[in-house]
Write a protein that binds this ligand. Structure first.
Ligand code: SAH
Length: 215
């Protein structure tokens, strides 16, 4: 179907493939989900540019390449129970929900949390469960998880999240201080060992403790 975004979308997908996104299920998920619906109206013309964009509460929706990359390296399948920390706009949550069995997602800013819940309803996505809270603590009642994705940068890898990763499970998290280079780290749990791989330099908003009720 032609839309105002058809040409820009095609160019973006060419760029994602050229940059190493080879997982067709990930590309299909990105192709199906209307990114324009997750960003402020005034920025909608930029929905299919390969750029991070501002959302409410001073946060950002990640660049499409970073969403695709983090999703690809998480290696999600339809049997998986997945935790996302940092719901934000809800876009990454919907991408994950298309690929997994159940997606649990936590957000600390109430306006973003409410907006994302509305989006999940509007798009008829029924395998997402939301929590307003501090995702650094994970979601003990729902643990263990096959996969965990953190979409805000942390100076250290939260122990509580590692503890909620199933044997053989994978976690992807941007690690590093604000203002310094952060890296996407992939952690694979092998028994009591957590094998770490440093995958890519990135820039994310910070993972912060506590909850925020307004703006
Ligand atoms: N995945 C989001 C990206 C949003 S940016 C998307 O697709 O739009 C990162 C988000 O993490 C922000 O919304 C921020 O409020 C949230 N965040 C930061 N620290 C958090 C924490 N401790 N618990 C839950 N959410 C957190």
């Amino acid at each position: 179907m032609m839309s105002r975004f058809t040409d820009k979308k095609a160019a973006l997908f060419d760029e994602l493939r050229a940059d190493g996104i080879t997982d067709e299920a990930v590309l299909d998920a990105l192709n199906e989900i209307p990114r324009e619906d997750f960003i402020p109206k005034v920025l909608r013309g930029q929905a299919y540019e390969n750029a991070a964009l501002p959302i409410d509460s001073g946060q950002t929706i990640s660049q499409p390449f970073v969403v695709a990359f983090m999703t690809q390296v998480l290696n999600v399948d339809k049997s998986h129970k997945v935790l996302e920390v940092g719901t934000g706009s809800g876009y990454q949550a919907v991408v994950l929900a298309k690929l997994c069995r159940r997606l649990f997602t936590i957000e600390r800013h109430l306006p973003l949390f409410k907006g994302a819940e509305e989006m999940f309803k509007k798009l008829h996505i029924f395998n997402i469960t939301t929590l307003f809270g501090n995702g650094m603590k994970g979601w003990p009642e729902q643990a263990p998880f096959d996969r965990i994705m953190v979409t805000a940068a942390s100076e250290e890898i939260p122990d509580k999240l590692l503890a909620q990763l199933r044997e053989g499970g994978i976690m992807v998290i941007p690690v590093g201080a604000q203002g310094k280079t952060q890296h996407i780290i992939r952690i694979t749990r092998q028994g009591d060992d957590f094998v770490q791989e440093n995958l890519m330099p990135v820039k994310f908003v910070p993972l912060l403790a506590g909850i925020v009720h307004d703006s």
